[in-house]
Design a protein around this ligand. Structure first.
Ligand code: URA
Length: 210
């Protein structure tokens, strides 16, 4: 993957995303759709995982067959909405290692502050996929990737459901080496930092907290 931004325009992704955006979609359906969409997005974000071959025997003959190469990849959920993407991707790649980054926004400075950080060992040898459904201002994504790089990660991808031009530009300015995969690039942000048209607060819609 060389482009900084990949838009996944597959009809199934777009259809499911429309259902998720609809404010009348209930919590349980929203969560199920997010799980389904995350697996389709995972297909794209893992497209360039390295392969090697292994000698196996089919019922008919021996062959050199492709298998994944290298260390298990690391999935990093940016709490809390990241968990919605994490669950589906983990179903598709059950042997992945999992980490969590917790950030909250300081209301005085508007800057992200870390409250939790736990990631797999040997990050430097792994493909690291950070997941967060909403790439809004990009401030927390930039901060999360900073933390992952400080922990040794060198091969990082960012997986989200919706992004804004501002968020993508912010990420590209600080982390041009981190490709972003998303289902849609929305118009922008409203005055309180929500993505427009967006889908509302992803965490609240996933967990029914509003
Ligand atoms: N986080 C969300 O959950 N929704 C937005 O629109 C922006 C950030």
């Amino acid at each position: 993957m060389t482009d900084h931004l990949t838009l996944v325009t597959h009809p199934l992704v777009q259809h499911k995303l429309t259902l998720m955006r609809d404010k009348n979609t209930p919590t349980a359906v929203f969560r199920q759709l997010l799980r389904e969409i995350s697996q389709l997005l995972a297909y794209e974000v893992t497209r360039e995982m390295p392969l090697t071959t292994r000698r196996i025997e089919t019922p008919l003959k021996e062959m050199e067959a492709p298998v994944l190469d290298g260390k298990k990849l690391a999935l990093i959920s940016i709490l809390r909405a990241g968990n919605g993407l994490l669950d589906g991707v983990l179903e598709l790649i059950p042997s992945a290692r999992v980490g969590f980054v917790g950030l909250y926004r300081d209301e005085a400075t508007l800057q992200p502050v870390q409250y939790y950080f736990k990631v797999p060992t040997e990050l430097e040898d792994r493909l690291v996929i950070a997941v967060d459904p909403m790439l809004a201002t990009g401030n927390s994504s930039v901060a999360a990737v900073n933390l992952l790089k400080e922990a040794g990660a060198t091969n990082i991808r960012f997986l989200c459901l919706l992004a804004t031009p501002e968020g993508v530009a912010n990420m590209k300015a600080v982390h041009p080496d981190v490709p972003i995969v998303t289902a849609a690039l929305d118009e922008g942000l409203n005055e309180v930092g929500y993505i427009v048209p967006g889908l509302g607060d992803a965490g609240d819609r996933m967990y029914g907290t509003k």
